[in-house]
Design a protein around this ligand. Structure first.
Ligand SMILES: [Zn+2]
Length: 69
């Protein structure tokens, strides 16, 4: 499955802080992203799914707006 790069923010599953993903690092399924705010390690698959959902919502909202114009 192709994973497109997403520009949406990924947030910590534990404290909801924005996660600082290292730009040059390619996160892969099974990786953990450590939250700088609470120190918990977030499962990359989970945060990516949430980010993708958010991204989809944004695209849908944009599409609706454009249709209304
Ligand atoms: Zn956190």
């Amino acid at each position: 499955m192709d994973i497109k790069p997403i520009r949406v923010e990924v947030t910590c599953l534990f404290c909801d802080a924005a996660l600082q993903a290292e730009e040059e690092r390619e996160y892969q399924s099974g990786d953990l992203i450590k939250c700088t705010a609470c120190g918990e390690e977030n499962d990359f698959d989970s945060v990516r799914d949430i980010a993708l959902e958010k991204g989809e919502e944004q695209i849908k909202a944009k599409a609706l707006k454009e249709r209304d114009c």
